[in-house]
Design a protein around this ligand. Structure first.
Ligand SMILES: NC(=O)c1ccc[n+]([C@@H]2O[C@H](COP(=O)([O-])OP(=O)(O)OC[C@H]3O[C@@H](n4cnc5c(N)ncnc54)[C@H](O)[C@@H]3O)[C@@H](O)[C@H]2O)c1
Length: 254
């Protein structure tokens, strides 16, 4: 019996490989969940669903721009049509617009807030009625260490991720009456395509993670985050809501 056996889960931003969404989707499927994987990259989402099926799991995929309200209603609708219920939503899709204040245009700011914050609002808004029908559920929102502490070039990214953190707590309070839990996850430096782009490196070898910045002194792997999300999706976390899970090798502990 898997740790999320029979649950139905949506994971957004599941195309990137290596990426947190794909690792999460593969992990949930391995533990018995039935998956809807989505991404703005339709082929990448389909590839993730195929990898899950090839490994013996159950998955369908859809193209989705998480900033579109219509796309959210379509994804929730197709998930219910495919599986008859919704138990878990992982709001993972995101972008990193990393620029200093002077270089950040209003369009950059708005795009960052739309993709990383408004999308999470929309996802939770449309998932909650479906979860209420299922008797409860788990909303898991990807924030960041940049949603906890200030960092140069993270003005818009950090504002969006800080918004995800506190919005998740408000949703947790509202959702509790319907047995809907909501938590935020705050990764540190994890090797994915986003991290490769942000650091301009092809592999994790030269990423600066010395003990002064990252006490455990190494770059994390997508599975490190997927393991936490698996716990939050499972009934093991039945008494856990409105909490923030920092998985950063000690980065924000100092
Ligand atoms: N990797 C890290 O170190 C790290 C650290 C902190 C937080 N995070 C957060 O974790 C989440 C996943 O990050 P990742 O490192 O796997 O990133 P990634 O860039 O590797 O993957 C992100 C995915 O989101 C998709 N996406 C982008 N815009 C979209 C849109 N409008 N609609 C639908 N899909 C869209 C991309 O196509 C991509 O597949 C993000 O929210 C990110 O901010 C990552």
């Amino acid at each position: 019996m898997g740790r999320v056996e029979g649950k139905v889960a949506i994971v957004t931003g599941a195309a990137s490989n290596p990426g947190l969404g794909r690792a999460t989707a593969m992990t949930l499927a391995r533990e018995g969940a039935r998956l809807m994987v989505t991404d703005i990259d339709e082929a990448g989402a389909a590839d993730c669903a195929k990898a899950i099926r090839d490994a013996g799991g159950e998955a369908v995929s859809m193209a989705q721009d998480v900033t579109s309200e219509d796309a959210w209603t379509a994804v929730i609708g197709k998930t219910q049509d495919s599986y008859g219920r919704l138990d878990v939503l992982v709001n993972n899709a995101g972008i990193a617009v990393l620029k200093r204040m002077e270089d950040m245009s209003l369009a950059d700011w708005n795009r960052q807030i739309d993709v990383n914050l408004t999308s999470v609002f929309l996802g939770c808004k449309y998932a909650m009625p479906a979860m209420r029908d299922a008797g409860g559920g788990s909303l898991i929102n990807l924030s960041s260490v940049a949603g906890l502490i200030g960092m140069a070039t993270c003005v818009a990214y950090g504002a969006a991720k800080g918004g995800v953190r506190i919005m998740s707590k408000s949703i947790a309070v509202e959702g509790a009456a319907d047995n809907i839990r909501c938590n935020s996850v705050h990764p540190g430096v994890i090797w994915t395509n986003m991290q490769a782009q942000a650091t301009g490196r092809k592999d994790p070898a030269g990423v600066p993670v010395g003990p002064d910045r990252v006490p455990l002194g190494r770059v994390g792997e997508p599975q490190d985050i997927a393991n936490c999300i698996l716990y939050l999706a499972s009934d093991e976390a039945n008494y856990v809501t409105g909490a923030e899970f920092t998985i950063d090798a000690g980065m924000t502990a100092q």
